[in-house]
Design a protein around this ligand. Structure first.
Ligand code: HEC
Length: 148
């Protein structure tokens, strides 16, 4: 029994550990390559698309209506606004960054959603609105409309 076992291993062709592992993998090799492709390809060819949040399916007019219909919690808006005022100062010191204090709610919501729908083309604001939900947008609109 011992003898036949040893004989089998000796006639196995040798080739060392690597050959052994490759033989053991058999058809799985192709799946390993496929799996690598699935993980690696998106990082190259689709990287730009993934960086931009997608345009929502809901028509813009309906989205504006939905946000305006929410009450909009000014206190919550004030909390969220700390992220905005690092760029948006009380008075526009820089023409590229408009002041947003006192903007009417309707204008504010429409402007923000125009970034979301890529009708306004500013990648910074597009990324910012992409991270905000409807309720957050409503709260910010209330807060900024009451600031002067
Ligand atoms: C990194 C800087 C930066 C931050 C942070 C930022 N913004 Fe902006 N924002 C801009 C710039 C630049 C523009 C002008 C873009 C353009 O030309 O369309 C803008 C435009 C806007 C406008 C349009 C103003 C108008 O008069 O039409 C609104 C509204 C606005 N931002 C709201 C916000 C809110 C709310 C936040 C926080 C949640 C925020 N922004 C955070 C840079 C910033």
């Amino acid at each position: 029994m011992h003898d036949s076992h040893r004989k089998h291993r000796e006639t196995d062709g040798g080739g060392g550990l690597t050959a052994h592992v490759f033989r053991a993998l058999g058809n799985y090799k192709i799946w390993l390559f496929a799996a690598c492709g699935i993980f690696v390809i998106p990082h190259f060819s689709f990287a730009d698309k993934a960086a931009q949040p997608p345009i929502p399916d809901l028509p813009l007019g309906e989205a504006i209506g939905q946000v305006l219909a929410m009450p909009g919690d000014a206190e919550y808006g004030a909390y969220l606004a700390t992220e905005c005022v690092t760029c948006h100062q009380q008075h526009s010191v820089n023409h590229a960054i408009p002041a947003i204090n006192g903007l009417p709610r309707e204008y504010f919501v429409e402007a923000m959603l125009e970034y979301k729908y890529h009708l306004r083309d500013n990648s910074v604001m597009q990324a910012i609105i992409g991270s905000l939900g409807m309720e957050e947008l409503s709260a910010l609109a209330t807060y900024f409309s009451t600031k002067d």
